[in-house]
Design a protein around this ligand. Structure first.
Ligand code: NAD
Ligand code: IPM
Ligand code: MN
Length: 363
């Protein structure tokens, strides 16, 4: 198959990890007889510096015409003082909104050899396998107007959701649960927020359409605690935009590091955007120490969800697992023993394992 991929490296470690994932994708294309053409476009602080805006029109156009998009990360201290509209993060929010990527799928599944990389007890995290389904294009992130009043002494952020925006993400979560272990935990703050009460009502209505899925409601504060004390109770966790953002960083602790988590930002049809859950990690940018695996696993999600390439996606995931089993790990995993490697070396290890498999399989 021929596929065209837009790369949005962005800022900080974004460029380093995007290079890693692009190399892995090209190796997989070679292994399986595909052609992936790649085109780089600017977003975030990189775009502000070069074009004067965090989301240039050329980037939106290229993304609309792509078969899939791979995004590194945006943001960093250099741009932190800029106004809301000029910030790098506005570019990321803008591309999600422009492409209507309302569903952010964040799988939280640890690798066996990383069980002892988590500060949590192995008995708590073993067997945990969660899919966080985060609403991505609504809620308080997109309220208007977000502004300061009264000479800067009063702030206004509004949380708006349309019923239809809630329905489509809740449907997506039910459908995902059906393909997994059939359990859905809906997380909200219905004891305080009207938006959460409508959300809960919709989940109750929808559950009649999915009789094979069991449903539980959980308040977000309790969910934050349950995620790290009893993660095994969760199968699919669905929630609104900001709760999903916060809970997914927390859930990354189950896997050993935020640097391990991939994500898929998708809609019902059309182009999908794939991005690690972590940010631009300015504290380690340019040091060749960033963990590229969250990004490489995001590339695997791209192959699976956008291109229907299951074997190709699995070959990347298997290669990552084998590298970790052999003790390769980056500094963020804070492990004793094995071999601590940098971004480039970890990428090379993943590539080598793809090659080993190719030879073994006789492809
Ligand atoms: P962060 O996720 O960038 O970093 C948090 C911590 O995790 C840091 O100590 C960092 O070194 C570490 N870390 C993150 N990714 C890692 C990796 N791949 N390998 C090893 N360690 C890793 O969050 P932050 O520091 O709160 O935010 C920094 C900037 O990133 C901000 O400007 C923020 O807006 C932006 N951000 C962007 C995205 C995105 O583009 N998707 C996501 C989150 C944050
Ligand atoms: C994420 C990030 C973004 C978000 C920021 C950078 C706008 O934290 O993708 O998780 O909050 O959605
Ligand atoms: Mn986040």
């Amino acid at each position: 198959m021929n596929k065209h991929i837009v790369l949005l490296p962005g800022d900080g470690v974004g460029r380093e990890i995007t290079e890693s994932a692009a190399e892995v994708l090209q190796a997989v294309a070679g292994d399986f007889g595909h052609t992936f053409t790649m085109e780089e476009q600017a977003i975030g602080g990189d775009a502000i510096d070069n074009v004067g805006t965090p989301l240039p029109d050329a980037t939106i156009d290229a993304c609309r015409n792509a078969d899939a998009i791979l995004l590194g990360a945006v943001g960093g201290p250099k741009w932190d003082g800029m106004s809301a509209d000029k910030r790098p993060e506005k570019g990321l929010l803008g591309i999600r909104k422009a492409l209507e990527l309302f569903a952010n799928l964040r799988p939280i599944k640890g690798f066996p050899s990383l069980l002892h990389a988590s500060p949590l007890k192995e008995t708590i995290i073993e067997d945990s396998d969660i899919l966080i389904v985060r609403e991505l294009t609504g809620g308080i992130y997109f309220g208007t107007p977000s502004e300061r009043r009264d000479n800067g002494n009063k702030v206004v952020d509004t949380l708006v959701y349309e019923r239809e925006e809630m329905e489509r993400i809740i449907d997506k979560a039910f459908q995902s649960a059906r393909l997994r272990r059939g359990h859905l935990t809906s997380v909200d703050k219905a004891n305080v927020l009207e938006s959460s009460r409508l959300w809960r009502e919709i989940v109750e209505e929808k559950k009649n359409d999915y009789p094979d899925v069991t449903v539980e409601h959980m308040l977000v504060d309790a969910a934050a605690m349950q995620l790290i004390t009893q993660p095994n109770q969760f199968d699919v966790l669905v929630t609104e935009n900001m709760f999903g953002d916060i809970l997914s960083d927390e859930a990354s602790v189950l896997t050993g590091s935020l640097g391990m988590l991939p994500s898929a930002s998708i809609r019902t049809d059309g182009v999908g955007l794939y991005e690690p859950v972590h940010g631009s990690a300015p504290d380690i940018a340019g040091c060749d120490t960033a963990n590229p695996l969250g990004m490489i696993l995001s590339a695997a999600l791209m192959l699976r969800h956008s291109f229907g390439m299951e074997s190709e996606a699995s070959s990347i995931e298997r290669s990552v697992r084998e590298c970790l089993d052999q003790g390769y790990h980056t500094a963020d995993l804070g492990m004793n023993g094995g071999q601590e490697v940098g971004t480039r070396q970890m990428t090379k290890a993943v590539l080598d394992h793809l090659t080993v498999k190719r030879v073994t399989d006789g492809i």
